[in-house]
Write a protein that binds this ligand. Sequence first.
Ligand code: FMN
Length: 262
Amino acid sequence: MKTTLYYFTATGNCLDVARNIQKTVGDTDLLSIPPLVRQTSIVPETNCIGLVFPVYDYGVPLVVREFLDKLDVTNVAYVFAVITCNFLPGLALERVDELLKKKGKKLNSGFIIRMPGNYIVMYGANPGWMQRYKFNRGKKKVIKIAEFVNNRKDYGVEKSRAFIDRVLAPKMEKYIAEFNTRDEKFWIDERCNGCGICQKVCAFDNIRIVDGKPQWQHQCQQCFGCIHLCPKAAVQIGKSTEKKKRYRNPSVTLQDIIKSSG
Ligand SMILES: Cc1cc2nc3c(=O)[nH]c(=O)nc-3n(C[C@H](O)[C@H](O)[C@H](O)COP(=O)(O)O)c2cc1C
């Protein structure tokens, strides 16, 4: 009983979680979402599929919505999703369930895993002790997830206990649609040496290197990969990032993320 696990990651958390699920569930293919959405339709080769993606603004990243739009679920019998977030999962799992219901299916099992946050406009990398705490809890949760997936059992949609999620999600989700042009505030400081890593990690072909420096093309999804993964920490947004510590999941390499971007 093979499983296909689709993931989207910018700073490695979702790839780390997806690999842990792959190891625990067994017989699972991992596929990165952004290269797949360049196709007109996505037809899974297995009847059990899973998604792992980060919560953005209490909701579902644009690329994951596009993926779900293009996903052909005709022969799919079991769908599970695992969202990673810093703390507040919003209504992301509920939205996946709604999108699947429009296609005549449902989210059989939806789980929340808290991982180190990468929303650098508000905070820098979580301190080491907090990262370790979240990784350990995440690994334990994967064992529970595998039990449900391996037995194709319905867990239902895990709900956030925070009232704030229900209040803020409907307001905040609207901003996701405006992400494309938010890169107008991105700039590089004098440490940029034109290495081009920002361009390579961008899964949305949103960065061109012109005269040895990056230029953003306004098809941004605000994943912040270019900011966190710049080896010189030279990519900034307005005035909010200069002093903040960057983050990459320690189990995931830069090459892994470049490969995932397609
Ligand atoms: C644009 C953006 C919005 C985010 N919004 C939320 C949020 O609403 N709630 C939350 O807890 N974390 C939020 N985060 C944090 C990520 O969901 C979290 O760090 C995730 O694990 C990152 O996954 P990745 O390393 O696979 O990219 C946000 C991150 C970004 C970049």
